[in-house]
Write a protein that binds this ligand. Structure first.
Ligand code: PA5
Length: 447
């Protein structure tokens, strides 16, 4: 099996000679700080060796639990937000048939909720689930996140009403802290099957824990291969691998060199719609990890070629503060050719007999050339194909790159103090017990 590759020559050409290489000592120091546990936020390094420490017994337990849900449910709702949601959705959408929801079901439909407070969204979800045999995977590390907790309250009641309390217990699974939080209290009191989110793994680094693995297994995908891919990338990015062979270290070095040169925005681009939620997961991973202390590259994302017809103008011609990282998938899993047409009214016969992916690849190359000409440094992450193994590699590549990059930047990569600000105001406005002083202050402020 090969490994994903990072190409950055079309980014380095925008930097002074040797600029990327000058980050080698910093990348090495960051890797050592992660490995030795001396980096900032070192109580959240559980993700670092997670792939190699994952046991077969644990994977078998996850798979057995997924099988119970698959056998007893027409739909499984994954309730979670942020790091308790995006990784599972990213992996499932990379791997599943894009139109699976319109095809005869081979297993339960995997639905996502608890990631917003939209009354219409929740009402429509409940409308869809009415009369259906559904299960719930309730995911919250803190066990108290409002979006997820409201959703779980609604779904628990509905599941119990439709199946009876005893049957509902078989199809509700909790993934939460070992001891604290309302999700743990409820799981223990009700006797739900539960998995623990390790204390030392933060939400956005948790996709390779049960947080991601159980929904992915429930959707019918091979979590052994996902972990195997992550293990390969763990080895490829280990502390003793030379800098020029370590794709995560080089990615961290290039993006920090570009940032220092005034490139404040990184646009992650793909040419496969299946990667849309991988973009979303990556935005959280890098945005929440690096955007603090008044610093950090702003992570943006686009789906090409779709967004070439909307954001393409800005990328080509707008303010030159951006660089672009493209996830390029070498081979599609399906085969489809452009048909020939006798009349050729659309003038497309010059493409007849070509694979659709050949056209896509020329769009990709043409875009790279145009954007580089337009002053946009370009990196490419090349994946052989989209399967569990390479998606596992991609996840770990980005996690390790993030750990190294945040340490080079000088921030605590693993905390997210900024996320609390809106919650405090929301709780004060909703008169949550314990927020009386904040409530009074906010009422005065609003007049
Ligand atoms: O990465 C993070 O820590 C956050 O995005 C959390 O995952 C998110 O806020 C959800 O938190 P919890 O799992 O506690 O419900």
């Amino acid at each position: 099996m090969e490994n994903l590759k990072l190409e950055f020559n079309k980014a380095a050409q925008f930097l002074a000679a040797g600029a990327v290489e000058s980050y080698e000592p910093k990348a090495k120091a960051a890797l050592e700080a992660l490995e030795n546990g001396t980096c900032k936020g070192n109580d959240f390094l559980g993700w670092l060796h997670l792939p190699s420490e994952t046991t077969q017994a644990f994977l078998d337990d996850v798979k057995a639990t997924a099988q119970v849900l698959r056998e007893n449910c027409e739909a499984v709702v994954v309730a979670g937000i942020g790091g308790s949601y995006l990784g599972a959705r990213a992996v499932i959408e990379c791997l599943e048939n894009t139109f699976s929801w319109l095809l005869p079901a081979k297993g339960p439909r995997i639905l996502f909720a608890g990631n917003n407070i939209g009354e219409d969204y929740l009402s429509e979800l409940i409308g869809y689930l009415k009369g259906k045999k559904f299960g719930v995977i309730n995911i919250s590390k803190s066990g108290t996140t409002t979006e997820t907790a409201i959703t779980f309250r609604l779904l628990k009641k509905m599941c119990e009403d439709q199946r009876g309390k005893e049957e509902a217990k078989k199809v509700i699974v909790a993934i939460t802290d070992a001891k604290k939080g309302a999700a743990r209290t409820t799981a223990d009191k009700e006797g739900y099957k539960s998995f623990v989110i390790p204390d030392n793994v933060g939400g956005r680094f948790s996709v390779l824990t049960p947080v991601g693995l159980l929904p992915i297994a429930c959707a019918g995908f091979d979590i052994d291969q996902l972990i195997a891919g992550a293990q390969a990338m763990e080895a490829q990015t280990a502390v003793d691998v030379p800098f020029c062979e370590n794709p995560s270290a080089m990615y961290a070095a290039v993006r920090n060199a570009l940032y220092a040169a005034g490139k404040k925005i990184e646009i992650l681009a793909n040419f496969q719609p299946k990667l849309h939620f991988m973009n979303e997961w990556w935005k959280q991973l890098y945005g929440e990890s690096e955007g603090k202390d008044g610093k950090g590259i702003f992570p943006a994302a686009v789906d090409f070629t779709t967004d070439l017809h909307s954001m393409g103008q800005w990328i080509q011609d707008g303010e030159r503060t951006i660089f672009e990282t493209v996830i390029s998938v070498s081979a599609p899993n399906q085969c489809l050719e452009v048909p020939s047409d006798e009349e050729n009214l659309d003038g497309l016969n010059f493409l007849a007999g070509k694979r659709i992916d050949q056209v896509n690849k020329m769009a990709e190359l043409g875009t790279q050339l145009a954007h580089v000409d337009g002053g946009v440094p370009n990196l490419r992450i090349v994946l052989p194909c989209l399967n569990e193994y390479y998606v596992g590699q991609l996840i770990y590549f980005f996690e390790k790159g993030c750990g190294i990059s945040g340490e080079i930047l000088g921030v605590n990569t693993f905390n997210q103090p900024g996320v609390e600000a809106y919650k405090k105001n929301m709780f004060a406005l909703l008169n949550k017990p314990g927020y009386e002083a904040e409530s009074k202050a906010i009422q005065e402020r609003l007049g």
